[in-house]
Design a protein around this ligand. Structure first.
Ligand code: DER
Length: 231
């Protein structure tokens, strides 16, 4: 099997959590995409759900599948969000944001009764930091914001190179919310809560990719099949 096969297997396992009448958060990325496909297939068979997408990409994908969509303004409480992750530790703490959707993903996950992560087993990690930490920042004051991120992360014990994410034509990547993303290569985030607290003090930081206390369960697929991790 391939990594794509593992992603699909995890997505298929997650669809069993979806019950008629549920209000769902739909994640973003290459693992969430097969889950959105699964939801579309069930909707075609008559499943009644209403969904909030976590990105414009997921919105377009869900709309193309005729999945009923709503907004958090009309539906402020969701029953279940299913989303991917860039890294998952043994306390179900996550690094997310590889796809640049972390702000809406965190807002949607926070508005959900449950958040379930689907992933291939390459995402499992003893200590967070194998994947760079994405941080969403406003454009204004970018330079001092990056310097302050570096300084406060170092105080929190995290040192490493940080760089502005670039998109097409080497222009800065711009998120759905019109912000920028700084990717921070902090190889070992021994105390994610301490780093999260430090980053929250940077005025130019909108949100970061550390998802702490949000993930209730992880459905992880690999060569040995599908495994469920829960608290
Ligand atoms: O950007 C994100 O947060 C995505 O969910 C990411 O964390 C996982 O993307 P993938 O399933 O394509 O690896």
């Amino acid at each position: 099997a391939t990594v794509a096969g593992y992603k699909a297997a995890a997505a298929k396992a997650a669809i069993d959590l979806v019950k008629p009448g549920m209000r769902l958060g739909l994640g973003t990325g290459t693992t969430a995409a097969p889950f959105v496909e699964e939801v579309g297939a069930r909707v075609r068979e008559g499943l009644e759900v209403i969904c909030v997408p976590t990105s414009e990409a997921t919105r377009a994908h869900a709309a193309a599948l005729n999945i009923p969509l709503t907004t958090l303004d009309d539906t402020p409480h969701l029953d279940l969000t299913v989303d991917g992750a860039d890294e998952i530790d043994d306390q179900l703490r996550l690094i997310k944001g590889g796809g640049g959707a972390l702000l809406r993903e965190k807002i949607v996950a926070t508005a959900s009764e449950r958040m379930v992560v689907i992933a291939d087993d390459s995402k499992l990690s003893k200590t967070l930091g194998s994947h760079p930490l994405p941080i969403e920042v406003v454009r204004f004051g970018l330079n001092p914001t990056m310097l302050l991120i570096q300084a406060l992360a170092a105080e929190a014990g995290c040192e490493g190179e940080i760089r502005l994410r670039r998109g097409e034509g080497d222009r800065p990547f711009v998120t759905d919310q019109g912000n920028l993303i700084v990717d921070c290569a902090f190889p070992r985030i021994a105390e994610p809560e301490v780093l999260a607290f430090a980053l929250a003090r940077v005025p130019g930081v909108v949100e970061h990719g550390l998802f702490l206390g949000l993930c209730d369960m992880a459905i992880v697929a690999g060569a040995n099949g599908v495994k469920i991790y829960r608290h």
